[in-house]
Design a protein around this ligand. Sequence first.
Ligand code: ZN
Length: 250
Amino acid sequence: MNTKLQAIQKISSFLKGTNQTLLLTGTHQKMKHPLVLELVLSKYPAPATILFRTNNLKILGETLGLDRDPKIGKPISVQRGFTLFPDTIKRTTWQSSPRSIDIAIVYPIDSLKFDAGGECIQDLMHRGVKKIFLVSWTDNVDFSWTEYFNPVHVIYDAEEEDSEYHERMMEHVSVRSGPDLPSLPAYAASTPIEYLVQIWCRGKCLNTRWAKLNLPYPGEVAIRKAELGKFRAKCLKCGYEAVDNSNWSR
Ligand SMILES: [Zn+2]
């Protein structure tokens, strides 16, 4: 199960590790970005500059409990040692943002595709960003463009805290098929597309990896709901065999 606890653990180790980008998806629509913010403020060494990039500044105001909506380019002191700047996923707002940032939180990423998403991440990199969080709202669109940036993938579902809500959201998650797959890394390119799935490799890799399934990929809902043991996936990088299908996607 993709619980809050495992999300906290994975995000915390990402903050300490060397990976630059983290993709956070899952059915807990409105609880993912507050969790990221909370963990950044409690685990990342201060002083640090945070950029919150959104499509709606109200979201940030509500998350921080502000009386007024935040303004683009106006710093908000969120906690001793941390300064947070808001901007939006619209390029025209980026010129007001600080030239140097430590952490970027992009939420929601639902409307971004390969071009706009790539442009957004390149801009963050030009600002010297150390950690990028790409956070989804509703997982009914294709986030495979993020694969290009080799993110650590963490899933935070509502299942444990509110199973009815989780089930409702799972029904919205569309079944994705082959043609939308991103350009695959070389180590996965020779495997037939219908047998490919992404896993969190607990073998040598300790990273998100493409793996080969024992059965053709049935879609995200079906694979995440399948009974344990029905699907097995072998990491194409190190050969580790995974059975924790509730985490898999593509
Ligand atoms: Zn592996």
